[in-house]
Design a protein around this ligand. Structure first.
Ligand code: PLP
Length: 385
């Protein structure tokens, strides 16, 4: 008996491989850092989202070790059964205070947090609007909500205004990456909020790449723009600049209590290990006092951009640690990434469908743990590549 579906998958894998689109994992030994051990080799890495260099910070490790005898490893249940620990609660309270929002709710991942917010607040009679370059988790959240899903060209707020004006939906929500994950540019949140106010809509701000990096004390993109509104639902991930794992949604008190009733990715899943919340509390204290790290990061961004521009590479308008170099074809992007690897440098080649066809790119991400010499080494290698 032939198994047609398995044969089709094999043909699909062959096709992906021939197009240079087959995804493969590298294997790290040791901790996430600027210099990583990959397949037995030490490489200088420009690919993590560990923007402040906290993923392997001794204060976070110490917080975990101190909490461990008290809390054990697993949470053992979902939050609504018996998995909700005082450490989770303490982190939520501290986070809400830190970002200046009334209440916060901890999730296992940012992906789950986005699914939660959209599906709990918008249904079949609603309409969801999203920037074309939004993260996949926001798109999936819109689809799962069963609402009408309208996408607009990247940053085209006139197009968004037309879509919102034409909408007859009872409930509306705009979804946006505050910092776009593959381009590194910052969304015009004040203009988006004004549109949401004019059209009586929610605004979900996904600050995966802004929290810890932007705003005074690293409070994120809302602080960066000085925005406050009961329409805003703020989502920060905790596995990037915060250096741990998970995500947190902060909003009006009643919005959070509503999520607690309705959000299936909150209700039907095991709580994160409470030791991670102990680490997150330590991380928040590091983030708020990391002005020197953020200033160093800004200097590295300026050094990298001016060096790459002098070599004639095509950059995007990005003032964040995400610095894409647009190449175009998949094959050329892979070849440059491979040439860098030969020189001991890890820079990922990002290809469709993660980015639009024809805009394959190197995605350089900087961390405050990089030195000027690390960036100089990357520039030298890019010159050779
Ligand atoms: C990484 C990321 C997420 C997902 O967060 P996880 O905690 O890794 O699941 C969501 N949105 C954006 C914009 C991201 O970059």
């Amino acid at each position: 008996m032939t198994f047609a579906a398995l044969t089709e998958i094999r043909a699909g894998l062959t096709a992906l491989s021939e197009q240079g689109l087959l995804r493969q994992r590298r294997m790290l030994q040791g901790a996430q850092a600027v210099r990583v051990q990959v397949d037995g080799r030490e490489l200088l890495s420009f690919c993590s989202n560990d923007y402040l260099g906290l993923a392997n910070h001794p204060a976070l490790a110490a917080a975990v070790m101190q909490a461990l005898p008290d809390m054990g490893v697993g949470a053992g249940a979902s939050h609504l059964i018996t998995g909700h620990h005082a450490a989770h609660h303490a982190f939520e309270a501290r986070f809400a205070e830190f970002v200046g929002l009334p209440e916060a709710l901890l999730f296992s991942t940012g992906y789950m947090a986005n699914l939660a917010v959209v599906t709990a607040l918008i249904g079949r009679d609603g309409e969801v609007f999203g920037d074309k370059l939004n993260h996949a988790s926001l798109n999936d959240a819109a689809l799962l909500s069963r609402a009408k899903f309208s996408r607009y060209a990247h940053n085209d707020l006139a197009a968004l205004a037309r879509l919102m004006t034409a909408s007859t939906a009872r409930h509306k929500m705009v979804l946006v990456d505050a910092v776009f994950s593959m381009d590194g540019d910052v969304a015009d949140l004040p203009a988006l909020l004004a549109l949401c106010e004019a059209h009586d809509a929610w605004l979900l701000v996904d600050d995966a790449h802004g929290f810890g990096v932007l705003g005074t004390g690293g409070r994120g993109s809302l602080a960066h723009f000085g925005l406050h509104s009961p329409r805003i639902i703020y989502m920060a991930t905790l596995g990037k600049a915060a250096g741990v794992a998970g995500a947190v949604v902060a909003a009006e008190y009643d919005v959070i209590i509503w999520l607690l009733q309705k959000a299936r990715t909150y209700i039907y899943t095991t709580a994160t290990p409470p030791i991670l919340s102990a680490a997150l509390l330590a991380s928040l204290e590091l983030i708020v006092s990391a002005d020197d790290r953020r200033a160093h990061l800004q200097r590295l961004i300026a050094q990298l951009r001016s060096g790459l521009q002098a070599q004639g590479w095509e950059l995007l308008e990005s003032a964040t640690p995400i610095q894409p170099v647009i190449i175009g074809s998949n094959a050329a992007t892979l070849a440059i990434s491979a040439a860098l690897l030969e020189q001991g440098i890890l820079v990922p080649a990002i290809r469709p469908p993660t980015v639009p066809v024809g805009s394959a790119r190197l995605r350089i991400t900087l961390s405050a743990a990089h030195t000027d010499a690390d960036v100089a080494q990357l520039l030298h290698a890019m010159g050779n590549a």
